[in-house]
Structure formats: C-alpha cells, structure tokens
Design a protein around this ligand. Sequence first.
Ligand SMILES: Nc1nc2c(ncn2[C@@H]2O[C@H](COP(=O)(O)OP(=O)(O)O)[C@@H](O)[C@H]2O)c(=O)[nH]1
Ligand SMILES: [Mg+2]
Length: 654
Amino acid sequence: MSMERLSQQVDAYVGWKRELIREIIRYRSWLASNRLGSDAVEARLERALRLLRTDHITLAFVGEFSRGKSELINALFFSQYGQRMLPSRAGRTTMCPTELFFDPRSERPYIRLLPIETRISATRVAQFKRLPRHWVNIPLDASDPDNMAQAFAQLAQSKPVPVEQAIALGFHPDALEASGRPGEVLVPAWRHALVHIDHPLLRQGLRILDTPGLNALGSEPELTLSMLPGAQAIIFLLAADSGVSASDLDIWEQHIRPIDDTPASLFAVLNKIDTLWDDPAGEAFVEASIRQVQASSAGQLGIDLRDILPLSAKQALLAKVRGDRALLERSRLGELEELLCERIVAQKERLIEDQVVNQVLGLLNNSQHVLQLRLERAREQQMLLGSRQQDDGQLLLELTARTRQEHARHHKRLLALKTQQRLLRRQGDLLRAASRPERLEQHLQDVRRNLTGSWTTLGIGQAILGFFEAVDTDLHHLQLEAEMANKMVGALYRRHNEENPLHGIDAPRFDASRYLRELHQLRVKADQFRLHPKTLFTEQRALTRRFFATLAQEVIGLHRRLRQAAEQWAGDALTPLLQHVLEHKQALEGHMQQLRELAQRTRQVRQRGQVLEHYLADLEKQLAQANEMLRVLRLPPPIQRQARVVSLPGAMHL
Ligand SMILES: Nc1nc2c(ncn2[C@@H]2O[C@H](COP(=O)(O)OP(=O)(O)O)[C@@H](O)[C@H]2O)c(=O)[nH]1
Ligand SMILES: [Mg+2]
C-alpha cells in the first residue's frame, strides 16, 4: 500500500505532459515541412517546451514543532521502508528545514547537510545550493533501511555553542535550550538539508519541504520570504490533543496567512486524532470530539471546516507498515491523499493549460486555417480544370492574377504590422526603462545607507517604509506605461478581428498588478518582522541584517521577473497577428508557385490534373496531421477528464 491515488494522478499528469511535449515537437517539424515556421513561433514553442520540462510541484509542511509533520511525511512517502525515516520522536525531531526530491543528476541517493555556522555569512541557502563544497554529503544505501534511518537521524542533530554565538546565528535567547554547561546552549547542527531519494512521486517532480517549528521559521528568513511562497501547497499541522495553541496561531498569522494571495493551496491537518480514540464514552463520542476540535480550529484559523483534515499520521504509518487496512481507514490518511491529488495536481494542470496548451492551440489553429485555405484554392483549381478544359490557359491567368492580388494585400498588411511592431517596441523600451535594474539598485543603496545609520526601531522602520514606497511608486509608473501599451495592442487586434471575423484572436495583455500584489505581500511580511516585539532586540542585529538581505533578494528577484515578463510581452504581443498574415502570405506564394508550375510543366490537361491531385492529397494529409495534433492538445488534462465523467459537461473546453 502506498499513496496509490496520488501516485496515479501524478502519473496521469506526467503522462499528459509527455504527450504535450510530443505534440509540440511534432507540430514543430510539421511547420517546417509545410514551410510555415518563423522565429517568433519557434521561440514560443521552445518556451512552452521548457515550461513543461522544468515543472515541479512543491508541497510544504509547516507548523509548531512536535505536531507530527515529519511523521506525516513518513506515513505519506516512506512506509515502503517498513520504518520511519525522518526522525520523529519526542525530543528528537527534525531540527532543520529539509527538502526531499529526486535528483536526476545523482545515481546514488544522498543527504546533504549545510552547517548552521553558514548563517554568519550573507550567503543565502539558495546560493549555497550551487556550492556543493559547503555541504556535508552522506550517501544513502536504499537497500538498507536501518542504515538509512541512521543517516536520517542527523537531521535531528544539535550541538552546544556559547550563548553569544547562538544569538549571532539568529536564535532568540528566550528560545535556547541549555546544554548543561554554563554559558552554553544547544542549537541545531544543520541549517538546511537536501535529501535525494528515489520515490515514484519524487521522480515525477514532486518536492517535499519539511520545516521545523516557530523557532526555525523565525530565524531563517528565507523560509518565510521565499521557500514557502514558492510552494504549490502548504499543509499546516495541528495536533488534536492541543487544538490551536498560542504558538500555532503565531505561526499561522506570521508566516502562513500572508501568503494567501499566491496560487498555493493551503489546508490544515488536525493530527493525532488517535489520542481521542478508545474513550469509554464510545465511538460516537470520539467522533463528536474530533468534529468539535475540527470546528473550533477552523474558527480560530478563519478557514473553511472542509479545509481541516483530522487524521493520525502515526497510526497511518503503523497501518501501512503492517498492512492493516482497517487501521489505515481509521487513521483517515486517505482523505488527505485525495485532497492532495485534487488540489495540487488540478492546479498544476490549470497552469499548464493556460501557459502552454492554449498558446500552442492558438498557433496551431492559425496554421490549420492557412492550410485549409490552400486546400480550398487547390480544389477550386481542380474544379475549373475539370469543367472548362478548353480555355484553361485563360483560367490559369485569371487564377494567377487573383492570387497575386491577394498576395499584394497581405504583403502590405505585413509591412504595416512590422511598422506597428516597431512602435510597440518603442513602448516596450519605455516599459523597460520603468523597470530598470539601476533604479532598484538606487533604492537598495538608499535603504542600506539608512539602515547602517540607524539601529533604532523607528529608524529601521522608516528606512524600510521608504524603500517599499520608492519601489511601489516605480511599479505604479510601470503599470501606467503597460496600460498605454495594452491599449495600443488592443486596437491592433480589434482591427484584425474586424477584418477577419471568423479568425478573431484575443489580444495578449500585460498585467503588472500581479507584481504589485507580490510586492505588497513582501511589505506585509517586512512589517510583521519589524513590528514583532521579539525581533528588534539589539542582539538581533545579525538576524535583522539577514532578514533584510533576504527581503532585498526577493524584491530583486521580483523585479527581474517583472522585467523579463515585460520584455517578453513587448516582443511577443503581435506575434499571433504577424503569424496569421505571414502564413497567409507564404501560403499564397506557395500557391503561385504551383500555378506557375502548372502552366509551365505541361499543356496537357490530364497531366496537370495529376499534379494537382498529388498536391491535394498531400495537403489533405498535412491537414489530417494538424487535426490529429489539435485533437490531442484539446484533450482535457487528466483530472478534468475524470471530473467530466461524473459531472455534466459545463463550459465547453475551448
Ligand atoms: N499519538 C500520536 N502521536 C503522534 C502522531 N504523529 C506524530 N506523533 C508524535 O508526535 C511527536 C512529534 O512528531 P514529529 O513528526 O517529530 O513532529 P514535528 O516536529 O512536527 O515534525 C513524536 O513523538 C511522534 O511520535 C499521531 O498521529 N498520533
Ligand atoms: Mg519534524
């Protein structure tokens, strides 16, 4: 027994992606053989392929320590080893953020550990990931679970250091555990762990992030500022025997709730329901108490009752190891597995549909239409040949003249579009200017200068506020430029759609508001950090510095993505229109060539008919291929396919 359903779903999802990749590659060579390709189309297909190939799903487990996060991961992913892998015993639990994934570059499984001392440097974990020499590497032997479990015990390792050093490492004095020797305290030995193991789900691109409790969340800004917001789903762990405690609520308010604008799915698990089992008052009473904790927790967190899943990770692991179906049922792990499938995979599917499938479908529809036109013309020609054999010389002349006229029209249109594209490029330059990295660098320098000058609460607060306001003003300015550009593009598409009512194309819009929202969220987090009573201790300078270094990196990253998106948009906005016109023009050229050949090659009607027939057959074959590609691309993604079986067909799929 394993996570069969999630596994099936992920398999189906990966299979679907593979299918999409195959069709896109097929389409690419089809375009080439029909001489319909162009650089712009090629670039878009390349981007779609890259997106499909690098797509990951990250699932983060968050909550106060000892809620059973590691045990839940064990139950979900490690039961096949017959024992727990991630350390999960009272007092001996994972102390550092741990990422589990499949690393295709390494044959042997491994655990890589980043020493806690690396926190002193300004280098972030994300950067250390590219510097293997800083990590302690422990190779794993998958055939020896005992040995593996022993290696995993490292994740729970702590070590004694002088109090001052612990504080310099970003730990809060109140939260430090005495080592037994005066002046010394225990801190986690590792800052971060990377675990590469071969598990079917991880192989498919699933990544798991296990986090320790509040202490680590508070002392590693990267977790809250970048790792958690980057996850597709966050599972918040509570324990049924304690409900929502003050520190649970603290984590929720500080680290999780502010992420709610990202597309991440967020739900809570009420773990350890087995502590409520076997009550002398009977089964109904047990059920009622579980429901009661569930309801009060939902109320406290302000989330839907259905988004809290009661279960027992420990009993689920036990049940899976023993093959005890009844116990597994009672542990209610299956409900979480279902939810994971539906929410996470479905959400990824929607993303791929939006960013890949619809784009490629648009291109393909266009190409198909062009070929259709070629076919119609060839048929028309054939008909004329058949009916009026006498004066086909005259006919050919007529046809050629007509085609030439149309070609000239498309040529003009193409020239006009190219001029418009140049104009748009100028608008794109304005967009680029509004998001120049130098501007951001200036703001960063200002905030750094202000920060070093003032270490009072007020001074820090003002420096940070000023920084966010400056960046915010820049982005608003950029939004205005984007609106101008959108208007321009919109007008061009409107004109095209009026001229080609049967082949309307939606104008691609550039939307900067997403980035403004992201910036706003970072600001909320900065406010929380800055206003939190514990963080502005003078001893906490190291942490404060690290927090703002991380924050700055996030803003820089956001800025870079925004810049790339603006550039990409400005370069691409007219591509569908250009493709439409260019393909028509190319088609007409091909057609004229045919007509010329027809006139030259032979004066004999019969032979001419054969040449045409051959051409027609080829066109039909090419069209059939396009139809097949369209059919495959239009297939709904696996989860929607399943949903369709039960629910009535709602909105038509494209
Ligand atoms: N009774 C009970 N104990 C559990 C359950 N899940 C975890 N625990 C215990 O809770 C403690 C903390 O678990 P752990 O996974 O290390 O928590 P983490 O700090 O959130 O990762 C350990 O002693 C586990 O055995 C459960 O479902 N029921
Ligand atoms: Mg843990």
